[in-house]
Design a protein around this ligand. Structure first.
Ligand SMILES: [Zn+2]
Length: 58
């Protein structure tokens, strides 16, 4: 049996990916964003609320 070097990670479709501006993690396109995907900058509501606008700390 020849050991194939297939990537272990499963590729699920060709969903576009963006990087969340708050947590810096990549997130996938979701149906709920289909109308505003171009404007989506955060992976979720939490990050949208916690967006690093200005350094509010002191
Ligand atoms: Zn995030």
């Amino acid at each position: 049996m020849p050991s194939s070097t297939l990537p272990k990670r499963l590729i699920k479709g060709n969903l576009p990916i963006k990087i969340c501006l708050t947590c810096g993690r990549p997130f996938e396109y979701r149906k709920k964003w289909r109308a505003c995907w171009d404007e989506v900058k955060y992976c979720g509501e939490k990050c949208q609320r916690n967006r690093p606008a200005a350094t509010a700390a002191s």
